[in-house]
Design a protein around this ligand. Structure first.
Ligand code: FAD
Ligand code: 2HG
Ligand code: ZN
Length: 468
């Protein structure tokens, strides 16, 4: 095909065109969206990325940046129509530099998150971004979606962990903002504009990341509570007492634990009886593991006496801490293993969550009594995965036919409570139109102006984040 010949003449990097090779890049992790592309490219240098962007601009081809393809909103999947080119960044994967004095690491965008963590560890430092997909997602994808994960309570989202970016703009030029500065007020913040832009304004090719001291004496506990009100009470007590040494506060319902017990390898219930809700808490940076254990025991003992906590197990070792984490981190895979899912990636003011949870569960139950709530999330930072799975015997088509109405019920309540319907996974195609409908007019106009100004040809990740 003439178009591919022209691409080959312009670009000398790896190119996939055979249907079998291309297929994995055309379907998302949840297997909801499948698109089409003339080819998949895997550039290894920033120059090659520039060449691809320029070639696309000259040939009316749209680019779809892709990292590890673990996103949950369909952002990395090409549209089903039109001329699309997938630009997979996984071969742009060098650790460029580590500056131990500045506590920064400069990386290519395609470095896998677990490799960033490992490189930080090897340098005696810590990179805190942590999520269950860390073995396959890339730092570029994390920044393009402003990923959150399980360490936000103490360290913030991907945005807070990034000091500088390098981006190939829609005209194929490089904007080099790879500064490792903690203060820099020199005009509009392009770094913050590109973070969470989901590949719609350019391709992130490099980043300067913040490093931290390695946390000491890590210890987790799984705590059983009666409801979200009790969970919030526990959060308040622990935060007031231990501040930043409480590094994780993750919620999971009984339904979530059962899903993981059914589908997770070697997973077992650490309690002898079942409870409605569990909180996975983690403490770090005590003087020793014993000191951390004594602090957890004391805090939970008091909470038990006050009727906040029903039961608790405290890890005896780092290995047991990891076993407890596997129960939390296995939820997404377990829910997918059980069939189709309706997901709500929401965040609320922490003070609104105790009232929101039962109200939203009840509002959905009234019109959809058979579907199963699968409720979990990063309670400590106010973000929740308010998900659903089909009830017994319900087929996929009938379950998915409920999606729009369930979304409306949940999201109307979220917005009324001052929350957001897109906390950490990005809008992609999944939340694009709903988010737009809830947006104030001024915000909608500003967003469109930005897209129009930076990408007037509309070649960057078409149809994602904003409908134009
Ligand atoms: P992709 O899926 O490839 O892409 C995501 C988006 O970013 C797309 O719009 C794509 O076009 C764009 N993009 C990718 N790379 C670039 C680039 N270099 N330049 C510009 N745009 C780019 N997310 C959380 O926030 N918290 C969690 O706890 C969490 N847990 C997860 C657990 C599992 C099991 C899975 C499968 C996913 C989870 N996620 C979570 C979703 C999360 O957004 C992704 O895992 C990750 O941040 C996306 O990285 P990726 O490299 O896979 O990006
Ligand atoms: C998590 O917190 C991820 O485990 C995935 O953000 C959430 O599967 C989901 O809905
Ligand atoms: Zn999450």
């Amino acid at each position: 095909m003439a178009m591919l010949d022209s691409l080959r003449a312009a670009y000398d990097g790896k190119l996939l065109v055979d249907a079998d090779d291309v297929a994995p890049y055309l379907t998302d992790w949840r297997k909801i969206w499948t698109g089409a592309a003339i080819a998949v490219t895997l550039p290894e240098t920033v120059d090659q990325v520039c060449t691809l962007v320029r070639w696309c601009g000259q040939n009316g081809v749209r680019l779809v940046p892709q990292g590890g393809n673990t996103g949950m909103s369909g952002g990395a999947t090409p549209p089903a129509e039109g001329l699309n080119l997938v630009v997979a960044l996984t071969r742009l994967n060098r650790i460029r530099a580590i500056d131990p004095v500045n506590n920064t690491m400069t990386v290519d965008a395609g470095v896998i998150l677990a490799s960033v963590q490992e490189a930080a560890r090897d340098a005696g430092r810590y990179f805190p971004l942590s999520l269950a997909a860390e073995g396959s997602c890339t730092i570029g994808g994390n920044l393009a979606t402003n990923a959150g994960g399980t360490a936000v309570l103490r360290y913030g989202n991907a945005r807070e962990l990034c000091l500088g970016l390098e981006v190939v703009t829609p005209t194929g030029e490089v904007w080099s903002g790879l500064k490792g500065l903690r203060k820099d007020n020199s005009g509009y913040d392009l770094r913050d504009l590109y973070i969470a832009s989901e590949g719609t304004l350019g391709i992130i090719t490099g980043a300067v990341l913040k490093l931290y001291p390695q946390p000491a004496a890590r210890l987790a506990s799984l705590v059983a509570v009666a409801d979200c009100g009790a969970a919030m009470g526990l959060l308040e007590v622990l935060r007031a007492r231990y501040a930043d040494r409480l590094t994780a506060f993750e919620l999971l319902s009984r339904e979530c634990l059962e899903l993981v017990l059914r589908h997770g390898h070697d997973a077992r219930d650490p309690f002898g009886e079942s409870y409605p809700w569990y909180i996975l808490i983690e403490f770090t940076d005590f003087t020793s593991e014993e000191a951390a254990r004594a602090a957890i025991e004391e805090a939970l003992g008091q909470a038990f006496e006050d009727g906040i906590v029903l039961d608790a197990v405290i890890a005896e070792s780092l290995a047991q801490t990891q076993v407890l984490w596997a129960l939390r981190e296995g939820i997404s895979e377990a829910q997918s293993a059980e069939g189709p899912t309706i997901k709500h990636d929401i965040a609320l003011p922490i003070s609104a969550i105790a009232a929101f949870m039962p109200a939203a569960v009840e509002a959905v139950r009234v019109s959809h009594p058979d579907i199963r709530p699968v409720l979990f999330g990063h309670l400590g930072d106010g973000s929740l995965h308010f998900n659903y799975s089909p009830g017994p015997g319900e087929d996929k088509a009938s379950f998915m036919a409920r999606q729009a109405e369930v979304n409306r019920i949940v999201h109307d309540l979220v917005m009324a409570a001052g929350g957001t319907i897109s906390a950490e996974h990005g809008l992609g195609v999944l939340r694009r139109d709903e988010a737009d409908a809830y947006r104030p007019t001024a915000e909608r106009q500003l967003m469109r102006s930005i897209k129009q100004a930076l990408d007037p040809q509309g070649i960057m990740n078409p149809g994602k984040l904003l409908a134009l």
